[in-house]
Every structure is written in structure tokens, then in C-alpha cells.
Ligand binder design. Sequence first.
Ligand SMILES: [Zn+2]
Length: 215
Amino acid sequence: MMTYYNIHSHFPSHHSDEVTILNWIIRKKEEEEKGEKKAGFLSVGIHPWYIEDVAIQIKQLRDLAALPEVVAIGEAGLDRLIDTHIDIQQEIFVLQAHLAEELQKPFIIHCVKAWEELIVVKKQIKPKTAWIIHGFRGKPDLAEQLIHQGFHLSFGTYFNPGSLQIAYPDHIFAETDDKDSSVRIVYSQMASVLNITEEELGKQIQKNVKILFSI
Ligand SMILES: [Zn+2]
């Protein structure tokens, strides 16, 4: 029986054969959330949409990041469509990138219209840990450029088929993000675009997951 891997979700698994990395966004009002039981694998990070009280958020992130169930740092990112100044976003992003590097945990990235900045930061940091762009919907030429720069791409419900073909086989992951649905749907879309069976796709994604994550 195959295992389905969902590397970025805001909801728990839908089936027992799905392994999900549940994303936990560090907010200022973390106290309320602390009581909430989070089971399974987690990724923790400060999302660019929720840069609130940075000192408090960073402290909380540092406290959580080293826990064994936290298997990735992020999502963290750069987003040109929000009001927060890009320099502030970049500062928080770089800080989290260094934390991922320090802990040698993969780094999950949210990037909207800030590709040049993202590539520059990666060249400066020269990370040894994996940088994975989640929810990638970009065009094939961007996919090509990012893979050339050593990024991995995670695909959700909407993606550019040509970009998936470029990232396949070694740089692909699957996710559901903010959709409360099974990752099987994404697997079936990906398999049909790639013209392979779901089992073949499953083996490849499992291989990619095992290389980068301790899950
Ligand atoms: Zn997300």
C-alpha cells in the first residue's frame, strides 16, 4: 500500500495512509493556541502576512523550532502583494532561513512576485538545507530558473503542467495548503499531467521526501 505525502497543509490528514506536515503559523497571540493539541509532523514559521510583534514571535519560533516533531521551518516568505515593506519581510525571512540552516531542517517558502529578491537571498546564504517553494504556480521558465538555483517545488491543486514536467522527477512535492481536502486529489492531477501511474508518482515523491525530511 502506498503512502501519500502532503508536505504543506493547514489541516490534518484525511486518511490514515496520508502523512501530513501541518503548518503552524506563529502569531502574536500564541498563548491561546498553545492549549490546542498539535499532533504529528509540523512546520513552524512566521508568515509574511502575519508579521505582528516580531520579538515575541521570534522567541516563540525559536522555542518550537528545535522540537523533534517540527520537521521543517516555514512557511516564511516574501510577498509583493501585501503592505508590509519588503525590507522588513526580508529581514524576518533571512532570520528564519538562518534558523533552518542552524537546525538543518528544510525551509518552506511562500513567494509572491519577489523571485529576484528570493534568488539573491539564496545566493547570499548558500544554504545546505533544502529550500522548497510551496504552492508553486509559476510558468515553466521560472520553474527552470528556480531549479537551476537549487530550489525544490511543491505543487497544490492549481499548477502549471509545464512547470511540473520540468521539476519532475527529483524536485517535486505535493501539498493541499489551505484546502481542507485530501492530497490524493493532487497526486491524481500530477500523475495525469506526467502520464505516469499514481504508484510511480508515489514512489518518486516518497523518495524525494525521504531525502529531505526526517519523516
Ligand atoms: Zn500555507
